[in-house]
Design a binder for this molecule. Structure first.
Ligand SMILES: *Cc1c(COP(=O)(O)O)cnc(C)c1O
Length: 366
């Protein structure tokens, strides 16, 4: 069975070596030595020393929004993982859905300004599939209207734009180190941020709001990364450049085989971006290609290949929101979500499998 992704792991020996001290220290969580080392190395790797670790990407985002003390409306997109929208709603904020760009699948900045009201407090764009948002235009709009900018960079680990770590753009960015992501700590996440004053607030909020042993200065949560996850992070960070290189080779092979095929739209190659090859989505236009997204999905499944309809449905269409958002107001996002399929991609996916998947897809055409 070929899954859409497969976590990168260090050798068992390397991991055992990394965790062996924990049997002596018996310090398993609460910002121990592995947590401290990993947080520091991660900041260096991301090119942003202001980086705080979390138990996962979602809690990083949820507590970041709390730390920024936002109230009112947040402009975001529905073409994302549940986490982005849920973090907004769980903070008592109102998501206002902006449409996406049809090429990069990220927020369309030309549609942001008409959604701004006197209640708007922030913009929360997503670097979808590692495609970098139009950070310059978003920055211009945010400055003009005095809005905060928080990026969901869960897909953009290790990427740079114009030579700077992607976490340097906007007021803050969150990363996810879930097992299914390019870089994993089993589960984990982080916030990179500009204002150094946020550091204490984020660190307090992830530990119930405790500031020291007796003072509780915020209604925080428990969102600390434990030592075993931090140790996994230390190991995986040693190999991340090679993992990204290997993913790139697979991504290139897909591209060679599938580009120029009528009815198949591929992910763009962006200028000034060092890509992490986090996903390989295709957008299938049935009338031109000769088969639908669902037909390809089912046919691959019959060959034990698990592609994913990622992102489908739009978050604004989730049952839990009881149709309170009009999905027709984001027609591009709706169009793409009905046609997208992300193909298996990971560092040790055999190139012959990539060829087989491409052969199967191309054989679907009627
Ligand atoms: C994975 C993901 C998250 C959440 O990260 P977790 O570490 O799984 O909590 C948030 N946003 C996007 C776009 C993601 O893909």
């Amino acid at each position: 069975m070929i899954q859409v992704t497969r976590p990168a792991m260090p050798s068992l020996e390397e991991y055992i070596e990394e965790i062996s001290e924990l049997w002596e220290s018996r310090w398993l969580t609460n910002m121990g030595i592995k947590h401290q080392m990993f947080e520091k190395q991660l900041g260096t790797y991301l090119g942003m020393d202001n980086t705080v670790l979390f138990v996962n990407g979602h809690m990083a985002l949820e507590l970041l929004l709390q730390a920024l003390n936002l109230h009112g409306e947040v402009i975001t997109t529905p073409y994302t993982f549940a986490s982005t929208t849920h973090a907004i709603v769980r903070n008592g904020l109102t998501p206002v859905f902006c449409d996406i760009d049809p090429v990069t699948f990220t927020i369309d900045p030309s549609k942001i300004e008409k959604l701004i009201t006197d209640r708007t407090c922030a913009i929360l764009p997503v670097h979808v599939y590692g495609n970098i948002c139009d950070v310059e235009e978003i920055d211009r709009i945010a400055k003009k209207y005095e809005l905060k900018v928080v990026y969901d960079a869960a897909h953009a680990f290790g990427e740079t734009y114009k030579g700077k770590g992607i976490g340097c753009y906007g007021d803050a960015s969150i990363f996810s180190f879930h097992a299914t992501k390019v870089f994993n700590t089993i589960e984990g996440g982080a916030v990179s941020f500009k204002d150094p004053a946020l550091e204490t607030t984020l660190k307090d909020l992830k530990n119930f709001g405790f500031h020291g042993y007796e003072e509780v200065c915020g209604v925080g949560a428990n969102a600390k990364m434990n030592e075993f996850c931090a140790a996994m992070g230390l190991c995986n960070l040693r190999h991340i450049d090679e993992v990204i290189r290997q993913r790139g080779l697979r991504s290139d092979r897909y591209r060679e085989r599938l580009q120029g095929i009528e009815g198949l739209q591929l992910n763009p190659v962006q200028a000034d971006v060092t890509c992490n090859y986090s996903y390989f989505p295709i957008v299938v236009e049935e009338a031109l290609f000769g088969a639908s997204r669902s037909e390809i999905f089912t046919m691959l499944q019959e060959h034990d290949i698990m592609a994913r309809k990622y992102f489908y449905p739009l978050t604004s269409a989730f049952d839990c929101f009881h149709r309170q958002y009009d999905i027709l107001k984001t027609p591009v996002a709706l169009h793409v979500s009905k046609r997208v399929l992300t193909l298996p991609l990971y560092a040790d996916l055999p190139l012959e499998k990539v060829d087989e998947i491409c052969d199967l897809i191309l054989s679907c055409r009627k």
